[in-house]
Design a protein around this ligand. Structure first.
Ligand SMILES: *Cc1c(COP(=O)(O)O)cnc(C)c1O
Length: 360
């Protein structure tokens, strides 16, 4: 029998002889299971939908789900004001980002985004052997569209990813700025609108004006349905037809389709929740300013801030409050999810205590 590798290699060393080099260098997406009272580290939103209806109905578990999630896409289309034929559904916008890379990125192709932004853009680019480039935010973390355009014209990326509002900073690109990027570059422009419900406006109704624009939406944030892993791609028919060639068969399970249909038919709950979060965001922003914390304007359901309080995240964690902490270039920067009144007060009181300790 022929051995495909030297027989003295075992375990990790053996795997290295098979695994693609780009994968060996990756770090997998890691989540911690830290115990908590207030979970303000992942922008998840609140449970709005308890589905007795979707679960009590008989489910044909032996049958494959609707491959195209037809009804779900119809309901989403109505909610967005976009024809069904412009929509693909899948396992969160994460699957959509991966489908985009699979579809458009050959080895060595460029992908461009801002930094800091959503970390999975770079990870998926690497998995598909693309080259990832990013343009730094301005010092105040606003986004410099002209710098992005200049970089694009230099490196000629195939895909440009705009996270709007941007995670983790909350910075927002106006419709005019997005149009400028589309018109002054030559790439597939992806607008990731994971937090768009908390902002001043979506780009989704523009998808039929352009050949090369893809908008991503999710129910993980404003709808509070992160657990069902449901996201959407909205684009013109040509893009959608190509994506459907790449999409795995039956990618979205029947239960997620059901829960999604139910949630998207009753969006008033979501709208009320979003309004509450926007008010809470403004209040918390003002309160943090009063404490002389460097906090940045946000159009999402989180606030990005800088604090030189020592071990801020660890000390909040001791009180059961989880926030997101950054490292490297962003050491001393944090992101806190806007929760309900009680959650935000707990966070604010925790910070206040530390501020008074630090100054006494
Ligand atoms: C949370 C988040 C996503 C992931 O959404 P899922 O639909 O849960 O996969 C995508 N993009 C950004 C910017 C996010 O913050």
């Amino acid at each position: 029998m022929q051995m495909p590798f030297p027989s003295d290699l075992r375990g990790e060393e053996m795997m290295k002889t098979f695994v693609r080099e780009t994968i060996l260098n990756l770090k997998g997406y890691e989540t911690k299971n830290t115990p908590y009272v207030y979970k303000l580290d992942a922008n998840e939103g609140k449970t709005l939908f308890f589905s007795d209806q979707a679960t009590s109905e008989r489910e044909d578990f032996n049958r494959y789900p609707d491959n195209e999630a037809t009804v779900l896409c119809e309901v989403m289309g109505k909610f967005l004001g976009v024809p069904t034929e412009n929509i693909v559904a899948g396992n969160g916008s994460s699957e959509m980002i991966e489908l985009i890379m699979k579809t458009f990125i050959d080895t060595g192709d460029g992908v461009l985004s801002f930094t800091p932004s959503f970390s999975m853009y770079e990870v998926f680019t690497n998995i598909y052997s693309g080259r990832f480039f990013s343009v730094p935010s301005r010092r105040d973390f606003s986004l410099d569209v002209d710098a992005l355009i200049a970089k694009a014209n230099e490196i000629k990326p195939k895909v440009i990813l705009l996270c709007n509002p941007n995670n983790p900073t909350g910075a927002f690109l106006t419709e005019a700025e997005i149009k400028k990027v589309i018109e002054e570059t030559n790439a597939i422009i992806v607008v990731d609108e994971a937090y768009i419900e908390f902002s001043d406006g979506s780009f989704v109704n523009q998808v039929n004006q352009y050949e090369n624009v893809i908008v991503l939406r999710t129910v993980s944030k404003a709808f509070g349905l992160a657990s069902i892993r449901l996201g959407f791609m909205v684009a013109n028919k040509e893009v959608i037809n190509i994506i459907k060639k790449v999409k795995p068969p039956y990618n979205l399970n029947s239960l997620s389709q059901k829960y999604g249909i139910e949630a998207l038919q009753k969006t008033e709950k979501m709208s009320r929740y979003v309004l509450e979060i926007k008010q809470e965001r403004e209040k918390l922003y003002q309160e943090m300013k009063k404490l002389n914390i460097e906090v940045y304007p946000s159009q999402a359901n989180f606030l990005f801030f800088k604090s030189t309080l020592v071990d801020l995240a660890e000390r909040l964690q001791e009180k059961g409050i989880l926030i997101r902490q950054f490292s490297g270039d962003l050491a001393w920067y944090y992101r806190v999810t806007i929760g309900e009144k009680e959650e935000n007060s707990a966070f604010l009181n925790g910070v206040k205590e530390m501020v008074s300790h630090a100054s006494s």
